[in-house]
Design a protein around this ligand. Structure first.
Ligand code: IPE
Ligand code: IPE
Ligand code: MG
Length: 240
């Protein structure tokens, strides 16, 4: 298990609403239970010394949800960051966030900023939250920055390649996910990390996010370790 661990695990945390519905509870209770799951999975990643964990918490499409649910999600997120900041520092966790953060409510942006600042010197797990995130928006945002640079003659058209393009994405500096997990059984990507998952191993579990625990994470990692990663070649290659 300890050998060949993924360097970056990305998770589409799905199924909070269904978890609550099965119990006759409001969806909001599912989101509260989902936060407990986040804690469990973060702790497990710290214990396993996984370098990067990216959690899909709110997509650009999630604004289509009822205002009340969006409001609760934003409050829960901000409360979570406030409560966990000391623990993040204790566990040497560096917090970061990706997405169109500038469009988030002020109280959330302030809390994000504080958490990023307060944990910036930590060298353990990078906990990366995808918030108001969309894979297509990210690619568009990168393209705009590149075009601007070309216009200002800071970059030549010939210098645009996969490596330089990646540097304009929100995920600059972090490796592509080796393992992508989605809970609740849906077989779709829902606009998550479109560029970065080109060669990620995908594991979909039927477990709903609030029920996802350490053993489910370990199972997903074991499944990842059993795969032969060929990256287009005829036999297994290991990639940095
Ligand atoms: C995932 O659970 C959490 C967020 C998208 C914020 P859902 O809220 O999508 O739960 P289901 O898919 O409706 O069960
Ligand atoms: C994906 O879940 C987004 C997050 C987990 C934040 P959704 O529940 O929003 O995705 P769809 O609607 O099932 O594709
Ligand atoms: Mg869902």
């Amino acid at each position: 298990m300890e050998n060949n661990l993924p360097k970056h695990i990305a998770i589409i945390m799905d199924g909070n609403g269904r978890w609550a519905k099965h119990r006759g509870l409001p969806r909001t209770m599912g989101h509260r239970a989902g936060i407990k799951s986040v804690r469990r999975v973060v702790e497990a990643c710290v214990a396993m010394k996984i370098p990067v964990l990216t959690l899909y918490a709110f997509s650009v499409e999630n604004w289509k949800r009822p205002k009340k649910e969006i409001g609760l999600l934003m409050r829960l997120l901000s409360e979570f960051l406030e409560k966990e900041i000391d623990e993040m520092n204790e566990h040497n966790i560096r917090f970061m966030a990706i997405g169109r953060l500038e469009e988030l409510p002020d109280f959330v942006r302030e809390r994000l900023w504080k958490t990023i600042q307060a944990t910036s010197q930590n060298t353990g797990l990078v906990l990366n939250l995808a918030l108001n995130y969309g894979g297509r928006s990210e690619i568009i945002d990168a393209t705009k920055k590149i075009v601007q640079n070309v216009k200002e003659a800071k970059m030549s058209v010939d210098a645009i390649n996969e490596e330089s393009f990646s540097k304009f994405l929100y995920t600059d500096g972090i490796p592509d996910p080796d393992l992508l997990i989605r809970t609740s059984g849906e077989m779709r990507i829902s606009n998550f990390l479109l560029w970065q998952i080109s060669y990620s191993e995908i594991v979909v579990t039927k477990k709903l996010w609030p029920d996802f625990d350490r053993s489910d994470l370990e199972k997903a990692i074991q499944e990842f370790q059993s795969r032969e990663r060929r990256f287009g070649a005829t036999e297994a290659i290991s990639r940095k």
